[in-house]
Design a protein around this ligand. Structure first.
Ligand code: URP
Ligand code: ZN
Ligand code: ZN
Length: 463
């Protein structure tokens, strides 16, 4: 199978130029002007962008959480991803008690293979840090192809500071990267007690119980552990102005504290928790949505380089049946998380590029090129000869109104219902195969169930 994409604007993280892109099999074979090659499929791309497919390094597919499972499995979740222009996901693989990291990887691989429509990898999430698990990190980095490891400072599967220090030491030896959900669990616990005593239990108090200071303090502590060990860390779903300032402070001192943010923190504010009819439950996620100040500062951080990536934290629970499965009387029992895998690229383009907050080149960096570098996806993230042909032919003028019924995620709402988008994929390729295309007023999946493969990643090489 061969594809010739003619006359599009190839967007890279450092600049853009008009060219033809020729794909043969899984790979990008040639890039040049007026290429004289025959192809099975020719795409006229004048006026369109040719982007590397987005990489979502923060998804929770088919993950057990808060007494239920995140609702998208590897089939529905990756179909939605493909329809949004995401061509790889790195999903969290929560270690079960007593399991080795390899067992956790093999278990989740079995869940994903035969279902995923795009390529995938895993970040093992260390929840049972027995000595033999710490010893296994070297193998996970060098042999299993999973060089990044998630730890949580909150939830009942959190790890303590000692474990974080040990993980930082070990990963530093072999080229691994620790990722952390940074919130101070005791600050949250105390706020929960106070709100319970006061009878303040609506979704608004979810946000108030997890104040900015809880994120700020946890990032400060994690950064100090990095300073102590000389290692590096990646803060997932950074949400607050105060958290960002901490990251910047460490980075200014040459301490490798990297961070991602998510479209929800770049586009929505805490006012959402006040929506009537318990609608605020739709936005119950951790960390919570913040103020406009934080939102504005996150865009500045993204533009200026203090934030390196944008990911979705896709963890969907339907408003009816899941968000309310434990009743509506207490924010603490609402499953945490929201859908977003399909709306990542369109939101970054509309709210970021079209509104002049970031350039299209920076968008490519934070969604693809930088993400591939951060997580060792050596074959992904750039439209250059030799890389996997994970390509989005993107129409920067195409309008789309976000409507749940036109999306593919297995959930009954989207946080961006009714938002007007400018710029949508025309065609999406995963390793040279067409997986999604614009059709009428929405994206349509045209790929093959189960074609996605597990990708072994390379150790961290610096950023
Ligand atoms: O609320 C969230 N973010 N749910 C998913 C789990 C996590 O903390 O990333
Ligand atoms: Zn988290
Ligand atoms: Zn998450």
């Amino acid at each position: 199978m061969s594809v010739l994409i003619k006359g599009g604007l190839v967007v890279t993280s450092t600049g853009s130029y008009t060219a033809d892109v020729y794909v043969e099999g899984d790979k990008i074979k040639q890039i040049g002007t007026n290429l004289e090659v025959k192809a099975d499929e020719v795409v006229a791309a004048a006026g369109k962008y040719v982007l590397p497919g987005a990489i979502d390094p923060h998804t929770h597919l088919a993950m057990p959480f808060m007494g239920t499972y995140s609702q998208d499995d590897f089939e529905s979740g990756t179909i939605a991803a493909a329809c949004g222009g995401v061509t790889s996901v790195v999903d969290f693989d929560l270690q079960a008690k007593g399991e080795s990291l390899l067992e956790a990887i093999e278990r989740k691989k079995a869940i994903a293979l035969g279902k995923a429509v795009i390529d995938f990898s895993f970040h093992p999430a260390v929840t049972d840090p027995r000595p033999e698990v710490i010893d296994e990190l070297k193998k996970a980095i060098e042999e299993y192809g999973t060089p990044s490891f998630k730890v949580f400072m909150v939830y009942d599967f959190r790890v303590d500071d000692y474990t974080m220090i040990r993980l930082l030491e070990e990963t530093n030896k072999y080229g691994g990267l620790v990722q952390v959900h940074a919130e101070n669990v005791y600050m949250i616990q105390r706020m929960n007690e106070i709100f319970a005593e006061e009878g303040n239990l609506s979704p608004w108090y979810h946000a108030k119980s997890r104040a900015n200071i809880a994120e700020e303090e946890a990032i400060e502590r994690a950064g100090k552990m990095v300073e102590m060990t000389g290692s590096r860390i990646y803060i997932v779903h950074l949400s607050s102005l105060e958290g960002l300032r901490k990251v910047k402070k460490f980075r200014d001192r040459g301490i490798d504290v990297f961070a991602e943010t998510c479209p929800q923190y770049l586009t929505l504010t805490e006012e959402r928790y006040k929506e009537p009819d318990w609608n605020g439950a739709k936005y119950v996620m951790s960390p919570p949505l913040r103020s406009q100040n934080s939102l504005d500062e996150l865009w500045r951080g993204l533009r200026g380089g203090d934030l390196q990536t944008v990911a979705t934290d896709h963890c969907p629970f339907s408003f009816k049946g899941r968000k309310d499965m434990n009743g509506k009387d207490d924010y603490k029992v609402i499953p945490n998380g929201a859908p977003g895998i399909e709306t990542l690229l369109m939101l970054l383009h509309t709210e970021g590029v079209v509104r002049g907050r970031i350039t299209k080149e920076r968008m490519v960096d934070v969604l693809s090129t930088g993400t591939a570098r951060m997580f060792g996806l050596a074959e992904k993230g750039e439209v250059i000869v030799g890389k996997d042909a994970d390509i989005v032919v993107f129409d920067p003028e195409q309008k789309f109104t976000i409507t749940q019924s036109r999306l593919h995620m297995n959930v009954d709402y989207t946080p961006w219902e009714g938002w007007e988008m400018t710029g949508m994929p025309s065609v999406v390729y995963s390793r040279g195969k067409r997986v999604a295309e614009w059709s009428g007023d929405r994206m349509k999946f045209v790929g093959e169930i189960g074609r996605g493969k597990f990708v072994k990643r390379e150790p961290f090489e610096g950023f």
